[in-house]
Each structure stands twice: as C-alpha cells, then as structure tokens.
Design a protein around this ligand. Structure first.
Ligand code: KG4
Length: 337
C-alpha cells in the first residue's frame, strides 16, 4: 500500500510516499527556518503562506522522485493536529483535495504519533508495546504505547515543552532560531557543572515535568550578568542547561518503562537530536537493561515520511476521515477519534 503523506503543522512543508508504513519511497521537505530566523521564532501567518506556496510542487516532485504515477497512490494521509492552526489547515485542505481527486481514503494522523512512528522507519524490527518519550518544540510527553494506535499519556510537561526551552535559551544567548542545535553545538566545549540550574518535581505525579522554572533561571542568569557587566561562560551555560533538561527527562522515562514492565524504550521528536540527551539515554538504558530506539538525526525533526509510517497503522485499525475532516491546534494523542 502506497500512502502519500503530508506534513505542515509548523515551519516544515513535507510530502512523502511511504510503502506499507516502513519503506520510504521519497520524502520531499521544504524548511522555512530561514524565513522565520530574523523574527527569532515562527511567525504563524508567514508559515501558512509558505506552505500554500510550495505544497503542490512538493507533491509533484515526490511523485517524480519515487518514479510512480498518481494512480499508484492508495491513500492520502495528513498531520491534522496539533500545530499552528493556519499551517495545519493548509495540509489538511491539500490532502482532502488529493484524496478526493484520486478517489482514495483520507487518513488523519496525530503529529506526535507520527514523530513516534519515525522509529518504525529506522528500525524495521520495532513493534509495540513500548514506552516512548516524545520531545519536540511543542510537546513533551511520556507515552505508554500499547499498540500502534492504542496509547496512553503517563506523564507530560505542565508548562513549556523541552524544545521551547532550548529555543528560549538560544534566544537569550543570541544564538538564533531554531535554537536547539546551536545550544547543543556550543555545549560540547562546556563544563556541565559550572551553573546549577533547577530541575522541577511535581508532588504525586512522578512522570510529569516542568521547564518554565529552568527557562526563567537561564533568563535571569543572563540578565543579571548583563546588568553587572559580567562575561558568561556560554559553552558551560549551554552544557549545564542541556544536563538539566536531560536530568528531567531521562530518569523519568526509564522509571516509567520499569513501572509499565516494558523492555523497549523509544525516543522521538526534534529534541531527540540532542547529543547530551541521546548519550544519557544510551547509558541509562544500558544500565536498566532496556532496548533503546532513537531515530537518526534526519528523522528527528518534522518530515513527511513519519506521517506515512503512522498512517499505515491508523488505516489498518480503521481510522479514516471523511471530507469534513478539520484541523486542530491542540489534541492529546490518546484522544484521537
Ligand atoms: O519535532 P520538531 O522538528 O518540531 C515540532 O514538532 O515541534 O522539533 C523542533 C524542536 C525545536 O525546538 C528545536 O530547537 C529542537 O527541536 N531541536 C533540538 C535539537 N535539534 C532540534 N533541541 C535540542 N538539541 C538539538 N540538537
């Protein structure tokens, strides 16, 4: 089964063709990051307009690159939630039009489920059940993945997402947007014990997290140093910050896997590209005797192939949409209809 899959929830437009949920025939991605960089973050209207401009071309290019014809497409899938509403609407409307024109099923895919499914592309042997930490610009959740489509959130951030926190830290340090990679790169030359930063705990909710205190601590540190005319050791601040984020995420996810009795641990989303978090997970999973799955860097950020991977399993479980499918700015991944 060949699925054309569409992604437009934030600042990447992507159209992929994926066979049977596991084989990527092509993944055409256009990143708008440069368009938003001068504003220090994603400007929603610019994002929506950017998707409108390129989405048809990406689909044509995908069909050409895969060497297939339109009649070979068996279904069309789209990330329909969560995301910037104007941006998601572009993808949803496009996918509906293509599905209608080709007379094939339309498959709605939750964006965070798609991030998790990126691992099915990288690891052909990976099957649920497992515990998954999904860490991106807008989401930070620990998920009990019982089957390809039956999932339950066991922990989540109470405020900022981990990626948002990386982006704010980069912004206050003047490292540009998106901020995760520059903070990661700079942290490699730093001392992670130089700055002591807070790690939040929420009483009675061992798997919930909070990053707003950490974000505020970094902002205050930078502003205080500026006011006093002191020079900050930026590499060490980035290293201390990455350690604090990792210390918030890794032990909780390992503990959740233990409590759920799983032997497999999956990490997904843009922040899964972080070198400190990857290294800490490797060490912790080994110590706990867990099998670790982390996507290669190219599958961590937003892409179309991950949507096609999850779409296959949504289709198999009977999850298709009608022409009245809408887009949603927010939606829990365990409340997908
Ligand atoms: O998954 P993603 O591409 O988009 C969303 O669905 O949100 O995640 C984007 C986030 C951004 O906050 C970006 O700064 C962060 O992932 N990111 C990283 C790294 N690469 C990207 N964060 C930490 N370290 C990285 N190497």
């Amino acid at each position: 089964m060949i699925i054309m899959s569409v992604e437009s929830t934030c600042d990447e437009t992507a159209v992929a063709l994926v066979r049977d949920g596991r084989e990527v025939l092509t993944d055409q991605i256009f990143s708008q990051a440069d368009l938003h960089a001068i504003y220090g973050g994603v400007v929603p209207e610019i994002a929506s307009r950017g998707h409108v401009e390129v989405i048809y071309q990406l689909a044509d290019r995908a069909i050409a690159a895969a060497g297939i014809e339109k009649k070979d497409i068996d279904a069309v899938a789209v990330s329909f939630a969560p995301g910037l509403i104007g941006a998601v609407l572009v993808g949803v409307n496009f996918a509906k039009s293509v599905a209608s024109a080709l007379g094939v099923p339309l498959i709605p895919v939750h964006h965070v489920r798609a991030h998790m499914a990126a691992n099915y592309l990288a690891y052909p042997q990976l099957e649920p059940p497992f515990v998954c930490l999904a860490i991106s610009g807008g989401n930070t959740i620990i998920v009990d993945v019982r089957s390809y489509t039956d999932m339950r959130i066991v922990g989540a951030t109470r405020d900022d997402a981990a990626g948002e926190c990386f982006d704010k830290t980069a912004r206050v340090l003047g490292l540009g947007y998106p901020g995760g990679k520059p903070v990661d790169d700079l942290s490699k030359g730093g001392d992670d014990r130089k700055y002591v930063l807070p790690i939040s705990h929420i009483d009675g909710h061992p798997y919930d997290m909070s990053f707003s205190g950490l974000k505020t601590a970094v902002i205050n540190l930078v502003h205080n140093a500026q006011q006093k005319g002191e020079e900050l050791d930026k590499p060490s601040l980035c290293a201390s910050f990455a350690k604090a984020v990792s210390d918030s995420l890794v032990p909780r996810t390992i503990a959740a896997a233990g409590e759920l009795g799983y032997t497999k641990l999956v990490v997904a989303g843009g922040v899964a590209a972080n070198s400190r978090i990857r290294a800490d997970f490797e060490a912790a999973a080994k110590k706990a005797g867990l099998e670790l799955f982390v996507p290669p860097l190219r599958l961590c950020g937003d892409n179309g192939a991950m949507v096609g991977a999850q779409a296959y399993y949504e289709y198999l479980s009977g999850n298709t949409a009608d022409s009245d499918l809408n887009a949603y700015a927010s939606m829990d991944l365990d409340s997908v209809r």
